[in-house]
Design a binder for this molecule. Sequence first.
Ligand SMILES: [Zn+2]
Length: 332
Amino acid sequence: MTLSQRIRNLPKVEIHLHLEGAIPLPALWELVKKYGATDEVPDIATLADKFRYRDFPHFLETWMWKNGFIREYDDFTFMAAAVAEDLTHQNIRYVEAFHSPGDFHELHGLEVARITEAVRKGLDSQRAGIEIRLIADLTRDFGPDRARGWLAEIAGTQSMQIVGIGIGGSEHNHPPEPYEGVYDEARSLGLRTTAHAGEAAGPASVWGALRCLKVDRIGHGTRAAEDPELVEFLLQQKVPIEMCPISNLRTGVVETLAQHPIRSFFDKGLLVSVNTDDPKMFDTSLDAEYVALANELSFSLTEIKKLIENAIDSTWADEPTKTRLKTELAEA
Ligand SMILES: [Zn+2]
């Protein structure tokens, strides 16, 4: 059996995945057609070509362009069902997935609670063998006041299986500190916390997320590598780091995968996991990430299993769920 077949067979876990960046291209193209944009995007190949980026801001611009085709509550159900089915086919067993309802409130005037309900309905249509929980991404570009409002709206939708919050978006323009109150509020509602940090901005952003927002996890953390004191802190405090290697390559955070700090972080003993971020916008999958780490950074199959175990330890699942996922992994 080849290494890629062995990786394919491993039961996997993903904790940094944006639903709106994981829509299989045929499903997204259906939405493009629904809204009559076939002059601009005549076929799936043209859609795939849109998903190549000059830099991180260009990626964010493309992200919002794509969100223009998710306009009605039914579209959220449709896209979430397509994402869940795709994840199941990759032998992914447990996911904590971001969704960004605020983007669509701003774009199309939709209500964040109803968006969340529509997403949940789509996810639940594909229950077999996979558990998907939600992290509300309170996109930082719209500021902490909007974030506080959205948080209040989703707080009433506990049955939607929202387990935490995050702040994605333009990290380079919006440092974490103004979100301190929002994060305090989320904790008081029983939610867990993560923040994109050390992706489009440097170590100061990671320090801010840790000290000011008191996050449970760091999203990306790639540029923490620039500050040895920070790396030591992440190690000592066992802060889970949701790393997304191919995403960082596609948006130019690293120039080559060989330069990605995941190898040195892993060797030092940091609690790093591997994730796809926006797999259909970055032409990646969890299997592809692990194969690339084996090829470019010499990760062995045993080390890849340890990365999956790290992902399980980093989830916000209860202990019986973690134990079950680890048993499945050990038996694979
Ligand atoms: Zn992300």
